[in-house]
Design a protein around this ligand. Sequence first.
Ligand code: ADP
Length: 540
Amino acid sequence: MEFSTFIGPPTVVLAVWVCFLAGWPWEGVLVLGAYIGFNLVWSLLEARRLPITRGSHPRAIANFVFMFGIFASLAHTDGAWIMALPTMFGSQGSPTMRQARYVRILALLGIALGSFTAGIPWTQVATLLVGLGLVGTVSERLYQPLLQAFMVSRERQAALDQSNAELERALEARKTFLATMSHEIRTPMNGVLGMAQLLDGTELDEEQRRMLAVLRTSGQGLLAILNDILDISKLEAGRMAVDEQPTDVATMARQVTELLRHGSLSRDVMLEVVDEGVPSSILTDPLRLRQVLVNLIGNACKFTAEGSIIVRLRWADDTLCVAVEDTGIGIPEATCERLFQPFEQADAGTTRRYGGSGLGLAISHRLIDLMGGRISVESTVGEGSIFAFSLPAPETDEISMVSELSISLDHDASRVLLVDDNRTNLMVASAMLQRLGCEIVALDGGQQALDHLQRDRDFDLVLLDCQMPEVDGFTTCERLRERGWTGPVLALTAGVTDEERTRCLESGMDDVLHKPTSIEALRRALATWTEGRRDRSRLA
Ligand code: ADP
């Protein structure tokens, strides 16, 4: 017996109709879906089971076409035609509703036609159409607000989707703008700072040395602002990730104080680290922690002319507590809270007097938040300030990666292949590597490097710029690896985004050095990547 004689299409359409009226649209779609599924299977089974009897195949096909028609019109209008049936003959409604009306009329004609062809008695079909019309007319007034709300919410959703897409495009554009700007500023800064550092190693009189010091600090200040802007936008876009590793915080704090002692610290200030029992290895993000320490201790050094700065380290209940206490100028109470907002400074005069972007504390605050901790400040004008933060940082058995930096280059001179399309950068890196006793082959393009390596493979290290015309650094490295080069390849790039780093590593590079580079950074890279590899890469 045919399934549709138990539950005919009119019954199902009415059931779906009632579901929609009752405000259960998904249940309605479910009923219809289930019916269509059953009916299709049933029609197919019936067509296979029965020998060709008169009308059995056409009926099965008609059933299929009929159901397919309903399903297609439902899918096409996103269910709107069922929702909008009561207003079918009305003239009101939004453009979407008016558009949907044509589909609805076609769908009803489809129902009528399909039902007749499927052999459903005309009385049933007529009852359905009249029933729909009656229910529609009666419920129109009650149903109109619901329908209107449905349509409005659909239109609102569309508008919302569009503005979300626009926002995403704007954010993407900001990200690209920042990355490009950073790259474009870093490239000439590499020339300025690199040359200044190289000049520092030559014979200069007192006056020239003073002028050079101004040149270097100004350049470094500009770079610090650039880095701060990149960091804060990364933090605000939620793109900064925490990477926890075993860390020796006391050693790290001592390294940071040593670094800053030779910077802006006045001679009359005592700077010391007091370790009140932090385990030698705790789990935290060393890079981010160091960034916060540099900022807080750096500020203390900047704003303290005499007295002392104490970096106090405590650890209890798997929590690290750090307090940077200074006897500096202090901050008015009303200003303290605002200081953790971007671009806030205690008073505008401080920028002129001490420099800085007003981003350091905002970045520190967000970094500490990201690591699950809290930061606070207590200060009295004229007496000093205490910036303190606490972080969850459990003890670990693994050995910390932070160690005293003692890198020397007393092995054989390394032979380095240096590739950069920018002549200034090529000059800077060549001169720095020469200072470190390296022998250099400097080339200004990826293709030149690939050609050269076919004749001469005797290198301990390859340093590649990334953005180069024609064959860029990524492609150069990929081809090098394809040709069996196993020696270390490092990027020396002005691109500092995570995407750039990932691209470098994916193309087969071992590590990434950033521009502006320094003799120290190159010394460290040589020590890490060429020591003990000399023989291996020469054989490659
Ligand atoms: P900046 O780059 O200007 O130092 P920060 O966000 O690090 O930016 O600091 C914001 C402001 O907070 C500073 O300009 C200064 O007015 C005040 N400040 C921060 N640390 C101290 C401190 N230890 N003593 C006095 N004032 C401070």
